[in-house]
Design a binder for this molecule. Structure first.
Ligand SMILES: Cc1cc2nc3c(=O)[nH]c(=O)nc-3n(C[C@H](O)[C@H](O)[C@H](O)COP(=O)(O)OP(=O)(O)OC[C@H]3O[C@@H](n4cnc5c(N)ncnc54)[C@H](O)[C@@H]3O)c2cc1C
Ligand SMILES: NC(=O)c1ccc[n+]([C@@H]2O[C@H](COP(=O)([O-])OP(=O)(O)OC[C@H]3O[C@@H](n4cnc5c(N)ncnc54)[C@H](O)[C@@H]3O)[C@@H](O)[C@H]2O)c1
Length: 475
């Protein structure tokens, strides 16, 4: 019979939940169970190894690579003379991998973690407070705990397309570590990962074909922003809209995708294929059903506003969840915030905090960048409130002239009477930074009236884009 060990706290995952242990929990026994992410099952979670951090390091490199092609309009002649893919890749992972190894060693060996046992393996529930852990060598142990914190994240999905799995496509788990750049890359999907990766690989000289089922890319964004990005990417890449893929196969030359477009059969070919059609929560790996944990149709663990896991619509005492496993927003800043909320609530059950008190922003690091917070225009109009909408082009602010920008804009939506900011959407240079002004205003309850004229806005800096949009709303 397998021995059972009891702990005060069982912590699942080493992504966002890795910030959970700390000095104020040093009197509790903690077991941290982690199966690892990606093909090598590495410690440290998605963001650090396979997500936000490496992608943005590639995006910055891609931005530099794309600059010479854009310099002609400034009267400059420059060309991109070479792309050393192994050097780019190794610089990025040469920074990340040692941090990952150091992080794992710290948890395993450092005296700060004397009360913590790190177990590398996959945990599955066998009851509400009981976990079976299988390690990579087939070893098994049973663990019980008074408190269980679930941070098991999500993983890429392969849609059920004939031949797709056998064609061994890349996902975001593998594409960043390839040995050499392919001459051409087809990207199935047109959401966040697809448009970011399309920018990276196109900038590095790969012929990119982006395959969208609908007529627009990044459809979670405001319709005007998504339409503008579709237009821009359409000029930069092979953009296949309205293409529904029916089968995929490996050929001597690479990969062939067959599908339907405008009611007719169509074929697309590329040397490599990246699939980016969404990520599913890892609730199945945890077998949360065995604990009676409620899940949504798409596999998310159901939590209440305090991040308490639900069973039959009621709180399942002592079980908490955070991040991609339970959030409708698969974003690192959301996972981090929820981790802080869970931590506080475990430490202070008498003074629970809610996790749902702030608007959730998104930033997409394609080219041009896209960012938004709050309602899009359609949702704001459907909400029944009387709204006012301002659109400000970068081309009409001084710094926009300096950048010769002709495509970017900000759209801000307010309540017509109070000027409460209901939503803000930006496409253009530094959109992910500029949106922060509006995130702050919305989160602290400042209206357009409160911020438009009650502070200096540095001239001629980029935030004048936001200032001028706000001023339109005061008329
Ligand atoms: C390519 C890409 C780019 C991204 N870029 C951004 C970005 O720019 N900005 C942003 O906000 N977000 C971005 N994200 C999303 C972000 O990475 C995730 O929202 C975030 O990492 C989720 O954190 P988490 O802690 O919930 O999950 P993870 O970090 O995935 O952690 C889950 C952990 O659980 C472990 N685990 C899973 N199942 C089990 C089990 N049964 N037993 C034991 N351990 C288990 C895993 O090994 C892992 O350690 C990106 C994602 C991807 C894929
Ligand atoms: N900058 C960021 O914050 C960032 C960057 C990357 C990833 N992420 C997170 O990771 C999550 C996953 O990213 P993602 O891009 O995989 O998902 P996504 O939800 O952003 O986009 C998935 C896309 O795939 C399409 N799709 C679904 N099934 C398809 C099929 N069978 N054929 C063709 N297209 C299909 C959808 O219509 C959608 O356009 C995102 O939701 C996001 O939260 C965030």
């Amino acid at each position: 019979m397998t021995d059972t060990t009891h702990y005060d706290i069982a912590l699942i995952g080493s992504g966002s939940s890795n910030s959970f242990p700390g000095p104020d929990l040093s009197d509790r026994s903690i077991v941290q169970i982690d199966r690892g992410v990606g093909p090598d099952h590495v410690f440290g979670g998605t963001c650090l190894n396979l997500g936000c951090i490496p992608t943005k390091m590639f995006v910055h490199t891609a931005n530099l690579a794309a600059t010479p092609a854009e310099s002609g309009r400034f009267g400059l002649t420059s060309t991109l003379q070479g792309v050393d893919w192994p050097a780019i890749r190794d610089r990025i992972f040469g920074r990340i991998d040692p941090i990952v190894h150091g992080g794992e060693e710290y948890r395993r060996d450092h005296e700060d973690n004397a009360n913590l046992t790190l177990v590398r393996g996959t945990a599955t529930f066998t009851g509400a407070k009981t976990l079976r852990v299988l390690d990579a060598d087939g070893g098994e142990r049973m663990i019980t705990a008074d408190t269980i914190v679930l941070g098991a994240g999500s993983r890429p999905v392969l849609p059920p397309i004939d031949g797709l799995a056998d064609a061994a496509p890349h996902t975001s788990d593998t594409i960043m570590r390839i040995d050499q750049l392919p001459a051409s890359l087809a990207i199935l999907g047109s959401g966040v990962i697809a448009v970011e990766m399309a920018h990276v690989f196109a900038s590095l000289g790969v012929e990119v074909t982006l395959i969208a089922r609908s007529e627009r890319v990044l459809r979670t964004a405001d319709a005007d922003i998504s339409a503008r990005l579709t237009e821009i990417l359409g000029e930069r890449l092979h953009l296949e809209t309205g293409f529904s893929t029916t089968s995929v196969r490996r050929t001597a030359a690479g990969v062939e995708l067959r599908g339907r477009r405008d009611g007719a059969d169509a074929v697309l070919e590329a040397e490599e294929l990246l699939v980016a059609v969404g990520r599913r929560p890892n609730s199945d790996l945890l077998d949360v059903e065995a604990a009676g944990i409620d899940t949504t149709e798409d596999g998310r663990v159901v939590v209440d506003e305090y991040q308490r896991v639900q069973s039959g619509g009621e709180v399942l005492e002592g079980i908490w969840s955070l991040g991609d496993l339970s959030s409708a927003h698969q974003l690192k800043h959301v996972a981090n915030h929820e981790q802080r909320i869970v931590r506080h609530n475990v430490l202070h059950p008498e003074a629970l905090r809610r996790s749902d008190t702030m608007p959730i922003p998104s930033g997409v690091f394609t080219h041009p960048q896209v960012a938004w917070v709050g309602m899009d225009e359609a949702a704001a109009r459907e909400s029944g409130r009387e709204v006012k909408v301002a659109v400000q082009e970068y081309a009409s602010i001084a710094y926009g002239w300096a950048m010769e920008d002709t495509t970017g804009f900000a759209k801000i939506i307010v309540d017509a009477e109070t000027t409460e900011i209901l939503g803000a959407h930006i496409i253009g240079p530094e959109a992910t930074t500029l949106i922060q002004l509006l995130i702050q205003a919305m989160s602290t309850g400042q209206t357009a009236r409160d911020i438009a004229t009650t502070q200096y806005w540095i001239h001629p800096a980029m935030p004048e884009l936001v200032e001028n949009a706000l001023l339109q709303l005061l008329d």
